[in-house]
Structures are given as C-alpha cells and as structure tokens.
Design a protein around this ligand. Structure first.
Ligand code: THU
Length: 162
C-alpha cells in the first residue's frame, strides 16, 4: 500500500495585507460583478485575470434559463483571456461575489467569506497552469478576509489529465 495525503496552503489576509497589485486586481473583480447576468440565482460573481503581457481581462457569471448552459465568472474570464491573448500566461486571478437580492432591510452586499470556485473552474485553473507552464495565483475576496492561494494545484489535487 502507498498512502498519499494532500494539504492546501491558504493565506487569509486583510485587504491591508495584500500587495498593491493584488488589491488592484481584487478591485477589478469586485467591479466586474456588475457585468454578471444572474437573474436566476441572484448571485453576481466577478473575476479579473492578470496576464504576463500586462493585460487584465474581466469575466462575470452568465446564466441561462436552461441552467447548465450558463457559465461561471472564472471560466468566462479565463476563456475570454485565452481567446483574446492566446500566447499570454495568466499569472493571477481575483474573484469576488455579491448577492444582488438584498436580505430584508439590507443592501446588496459582497460576501463576508471568500467566494470558493466550483470544481469545474478548479479543473480549468489546473489546465491553464499546465498549458502555460506557469503558476496562477488565486485571490478569493470576502469583506472579512481574502484568501490568497499560490496556485490552482492547491485547490484541486489530482485534477484530471490524459
Ligand atoms: N458561480 C460563479 O460564477 N463562480 C463561482 O465560483 C461559484 C458560482 C456562479 C454560477 C451561477 O451563475 C451562480 O454563481 C450561482 O451558483
């Protein structure tokens, strides 16, 4: 028998603890929430991906009445980046989420806890890193704290590959 154990390394940071570049990308992801089309879930997600050519590409979740036809913000951003700049490696991805339907008496608000990407997006993070041979730092925003993760591998060990 051969036993293997995986552990994820995540740094939970206050906004002040982020670098200027990290803060800027998080702000872009927060603003990108306004581009979401999320009439069914009321959950607007924004993503911003920074490329090694200096460009930043935004994404937001796009829903559809045929629910599985929609796509998460992270994949919208990464696929748009690859279509626009196929040679540029994504180096950093920031994600933020906002409930657009306010709780009674409340305002639409960003999530207090860092938003956690779904499994399909994690699979895509892995392949982006494999494709370009570069790690992609992941910043998951929450109003209480932001999770900083050095690479996609942390979020999905044993991702599928052929
Ligand atoms: N969603 C994202 O865009 N990214 C995530 O990390 C989690 C979920 C979207 C999918 C759907 O439009 C809505 O959030 C509710 O699941």
């Amino acid at each position: 028998m051969r036993e293997v154990e995986f552990a994820a390394k995540i740094a939970y940071c206050s906004i002040e603890e982020l670098s200027a570049a990290q803060k800027q990308l998080v702000e872009k992801a927060k603003n990108a929430c306004d581009r979401a089309y999320a009439p069914y879930s009321g959950f607007a997600v924004g993503a911003a991906v920074e490329l090694d050519n200096g460009e930043v590409v935004l994404g937001a979740n796009q829903e559809n009445v045929a629910y599985p036809s929609g796509l998460c913000a992270e994949r919208v951003a990464l696929f748009a980046a690859a279509a626009r700049y196929p040679q540029a490696a994504p180096l950093r991805l920031a994600v933020a989420a906002k409930k657009t339907v306010a709780s009674p008496g409340g305002q639409p608000a960003f999530t207090p806890r860092p938003v956690t990407p779904c499994g399909a997006c994690r699979q895509v993070f892995s392949e982006v890193e494999r494709r370009y041979g570069r790690s992609m730092e992941i910043l998951l925003y929450g109003t209480q704290e932001t999770a900083v993760i050095a690479n996609g591998e942390q979020l999905l060990p044993l991702s599928f590959s052929m």
